[in-house]
Design a protein around this ligand. Structure first.
Ligand SMILES: Nc1ncnc2c1ncn2[C@@H]1O[C@H](COP(=O)(O)OP(=O)(O)OP(=O)(O)O)[C@@H](O)[C@H]1O
Length: 244
């Protein structure tokens, strides 16, 4: 099965949560990394975070995941008003080398939830490779296991920190198609940190440009999917100009 093909992952459907940020600030010592961010993200919205290095993208993701203390208010709520499940996926796969793909995908899940890991592994096109150890998998396959692990927890919010940054262009393109399909199925709200404007414009409904801890741009991507490089070219040129 190719990376682009994926099975129906019906039980992984969660819907998305809303994110409400009011005057969010993060400091490291006396350095303000996020200044005063006020932002609403709707359930199921797909948002890309772009900006020059050091702009605060990862810091924002960490604050949303509850990994970094912050000032201001931050609420991550499901439609029912409960606290949402949030999962993070990083550039490095963070798989345990002594566990097979299924055990890695099921890490942190109870016995009864293990079926979600099996389904997520199918969903990322690795059904049949349940017993494969990380060293037996390619970089792209390992990232797919990492994605399966995130999805197996059935998050209403998925935070992706340059998840495809270490992959070659062809593998990365396959991962874009895969993620596009899986996100449509799960309905999770997604924040994707990326340096790649094409990736941002291909996968997202909205692009936020962070610079010096401030929100410099909040851009809607109205183009219908699937998007081509050409169809998003004017937006890309605009963002490119605003980056510098
Ligand atoms: N734990 C930390 N302690 C002190 N400073 C930090 C810490 N984490 C990040 N910083 C600083 O905060 C600023 C923002 O970092 P952050 O990683 O959020 O930026 P980024 O936009 O994700 O950058 P990149 O694109 O390079 O990943 C940088 O100046 C960084 O050096």
């Amino acid at each position: 099965m190719t990376a682009a093909a994926h099975v129906q992952a019906a039980t992984l459907r969660t819907g998305g949560a809303s994110l409400t940020l009011r005057h969010l600030g993060v400091e490291y010592g006396d350095k303000a990394v996020l200044r005063d961010l006020t932002l609403d993200i709707a359930p199921g919205e797909r948002v890309a975070l772009v900006g020059a290095s050091g702009g605060g993208k990862t810091t924002l993701l960490r604050a949303l995941a509850g990994l970094t203390p912050h000032r201001g208010d931050l609420a991550v709520r499901t439609a029912a008003g409960t606290a949402a499940r949030v999962r993070v996926m990083f550039q490095e796969d963070r798989l345990l080398p002594w566990l097979g793909a299924l055990d890695n995908a099921a890490l942190g899940l109870g016995r009864a939830e293990r079926r979600f890991a099996a389904e997520a592994l199918e969903g990322v096109g690795l059904g049949g490779r349940e017993r494969a150890y990380p060293h037996e998998l390619s970089g792209g396959q390992r990232q797919r296991v990492a994605l399966a692990r995130a999805l197996a927890h059935r998050p209403e919010v998925l935070l992706l920190d340059e998840p495809f940054g270490a992959l070659d262009a062809l593998t990365r393109a396959g991962m874009h198609d895969l993620l596009d399909g899986l996100l449509a199925e799960t309905g999770a709200t997604t924040l994707l940190v990326t340096h790649d404007l094409d990736e941002a414009l291909k996968l997202s409904d909205r692009v936020l440009l962070l610079a010096g801890g401030d929100l410099r741009e909040d851009l809607r991507v109205p183009q219908a999917r699937p998007r081509t490089r050409l169809s998003v070219e004017p937006l890309r040129a605009h963002l490119e100009a605003r980056l510098h």
